[in-house]
Ligand binder design. Structure first.
Ligand SMILES: Nc1ncnc2c1ncn2[C@@H]1O[C@H](COP(=O)(O)OP(=O)(O)OP(=O)(O)O)[C@@H](O)[C@H]1O
Ligand SMILES: [Mg+2]
Length: 595
């Protein structure tokens, strides 16, 4: 893991700097306590049982009887073990707590990113993949902090401290013990990159798997009605077996890595035994010192083992953090301009912009993919108080045209203007506050019907919500539900018909009461009476706003001021409703298709 991405990942822990400092303090205290643990035994052997002099700090013990000396050393052993255990527990808890706090912050940042995601990016990604990243890949940050960085610090501190004490006891034996460290580091780097690559491949495949599950659920009705279960099962079987094989490859390398590490340890231990016993035979080490050496040797295994795991832990964590940073590095928002508009429910003047100005498309070209234009030289002008219908065959680009107004996409050339200002110069959020949009496919959030309608305006009162529902002819059916406006809709709750959903979506837009109202076939699933009611409401409320309505229904044209006919991305007619050659427009298209 390179230092800049490590630094970037650790910045999520920066607000907890006091906890991190506390943890560092605990690391030093615990290391110190660990260092003293074998000393009582060494003193027992050398000074109580043997004849060596007591060290200066404990000289008073030389004066007391031997049983008291033994008691004191036993008490010291107990205190050191308890103290070390308590410090270690406090350290573990601090690390877990701080790690989880970082994880929480990363998830919040990813969700914030998600809320700003551009439609272009959304269309080009799989929801399951993003879900996997938010749910699973974010754990990499906790792992990195807790098992990567801190394991490394604790283990290094222990190795260095023990190395120092050992060096003071016997230099040549220490050299033998410490020789394992560079060997271990080379093994770590040799395996590290490859392990990270394999982990990343496996994670990407697991992501795809999670997308498949999501797709499977979303398309369940389709699958069952066409009895395609066997094919779906087969395709999932192939994917999950690919996932198995990638995970297997990843773990096989990890097993090989750990085996190599064990061999290094085995060689190291054998070498120390060989050299150590020769030193004892030559009388260069006291018995107590040898015991300390042996105890440290055993204690050294744990931090070195930890250090050897740090490599694979970091590799795994690197794969996860990289997949999260990939998200952050992807531009989401369209850049907005500096002009702020008032975020209010009534059209009003701001920054010198007159409220009476029109919405203008000036020779707009736009395509979802480069080189494939969906809108070609589209120009239109619509004034406040007017309602314009957009008609044309399926696939002509009607919905696309509406999407350019809230700037879900920007045109590849040409300018969209409101009140004489290019939309790109307006602050994006405050511009979107001026637009109410009813999508072709009605959307409900999980929550009550009241919340669904009130989504259109923060802090809406029940009177306002009911008035909006009445305009959309939704009040009647809502009141007939057992729980009325408090009925919960969504997965596993009340299911609405398509026409009912459309009316909830309309009510939401009526409640927003924005200066620009965009409706994409808002009445396509309504019966004639409901449709007439909605169109009448639109007409009653349209005088201070600009309304654009995509429609396929000739009846709706009676309610509009102007009709724009779009065919294959081009404006072929823009006229008063009476003048539309509705039939001919479509007949021409159909005969061209050979129907
Ligand atoms: N997200 C997208 N990515 C790529 N191409 C798209 C996307 N959405 C629409 N298109 C293409 O753009 C063209 C216009 O689509 P659009 O949805 O604007 O048509 P429409 O006039 O609203 O049709 P309908 O009446 O069926 O709703 C179509 O050819 C469609 O394939
Ligand atoms: Mg459409």
């Amino acid at each position: 893991m390179n230092t800049s991405s490590l630094y970037r990942a650790l910045r999520f822990f920066a607000p907890d700097w006091s906890r991190v400092l506390g943890a560092l303090g605990l690391v030093s205290l615990a290391t110190g306590a660990g260092l003293f643990k074998p000393w009582p035994l060494a003193l027992l052997v050398d000074c109580v049982l043997g004849t060596n002099p007591w060290p200066n700090a404990l000289r008073q013990l030389a004066e007391v009887p031997k049983p008291v000396q033994v008691m004191a050393l036993a008490a010291l052993t107990l205190a050191l073990h308890l103290g070390h255990g308590a410090l270690q527990s406090a350290l573990n808890f601090t690390l877990i707590d701080t790690g989880l706090r970082g994880l929480m912050r990363v998830r919040q940042a990813v969700f914030e990113w998600l809320m700003r995601l551009s439609l272009r990016r959304l269309y080009s990604s799989q929801a399951g993949d993003i879900l996997y990243r938010v749910t699973w890949d974010t754990y990499a940050f906790q792992t990195l902090f807790q098992h990567g960085v801190f394991s490394f610090l604790t283990a290094s501190a222990a190795v260095l401290a023990m190395g120092w004490v050992m060096a003071r006891l016997n230099g040549s034996l220490t050299l033998v013990a410490m020789a394992t460290v560079p060997v271990l580091l080379s093994v770590m780097t040799a395996f590290g990159k490859q392990m990270a690559r394999r982990a990343e491949l496996a994670q990407a495949q697991d992501s795809t798997l999670s997308s498949s599950v999501q797709q499977g659920l979303a398309n369940l009705q389709l699958t069952q009605s066409y009895t395609r279960e066997p094919q779906e099962k087969e395709s999932f079987r192939a994917q999950s077996s690919h996932s198995w094989s990638l995970r297997r490859r990843q773990h096989a390398l990890e097993v090989l890595y750990l085996a190599t590490v064990s061999v290094v340890f085995a060689l190291g231990t054998a070498a120390i035994l060989l050299v150590g016993s020769r030193q004892v035979l030559a009388g260069k080490l006291s018995l107590g010192e040898l015991l300390i050496f042996l105890a440290y040797l055993a204690q050294l295994y744990e931090p070195l083992n930890q250090l050897s795991h740090v490599g694979s832990t970091l590799s795994n964590a690197r794969a996860g953090t990289r997949r999260i940073f990939e998200l952050f590095d992807d531009p989401t928002d369209l850049p907005g301009g500096a002009i702020q508009l008032p975020i209010s429910d009534t059209p009003m003047a701001a920054n010198g912009i007159s409220t009476a100005g029109p919405l203008v498309f000036d020779r707009i070209y736009f395509g979802y993919e480069p080189g494939h234009e969906v809108l070609k030289s589209v120009s239109l002008e619509i004034r406040v108080g007017q309602c314009m219908a957009i008609i044309g065959p399926s696939g002509a680009g009607k919905s696309t045209l509406l999407q350019l107004i809230p700037r879900f996409f920007d045109p590849s050339s040409g300018v969209v203007q409101w009140q004489g200002v290019n939309l790109r110069e307006l602050d994006l959020r405050s511009w979107r506050a001026q637009v109410a949009l009813v999508l072709q496919e009605p959307l409900l959030i999980r929550g009550t019907l009241f919340e669904n309608i009130a989504y259109g305006r923060v802090g809406a009162t029940s009177g306002e919500v009911e008035a909006a529902a009445q305009l959309a002819n939704a009040d009647g059916f809502i009141r007939r539900l057992p729980k009325g406006y408090e009925s919960v809709v969504g997965d596993g709750a009340v299911r609405l018909s398509v026409g009912e959903k459309q009316r909830i979506n309309l009510a939401r837009a009526f409640l927003k009461n924005a200066p620009i109202l965009l409706l994409d076939e808002p009445t396509s699933a309504l019966d004639a009476a409901s449709e007439a009611h909605v169109l009448e409401s639109l007409r009653r409320t349209q005088e201070r706003r600009i309304t654009l309505m995509v429609t396929h229904r000739p009846e709706t044209l009676r309610f509009v001021d102007k009709v724009l006919v779009l065919e294959d991305g081009r404006v072929v007619d823009c006229c008063a409703p009476e003048a539309v050659r509705w039939q001919t427009t479509f007949m021409k298209k159909e005969s061209a298709d050979g129907l």
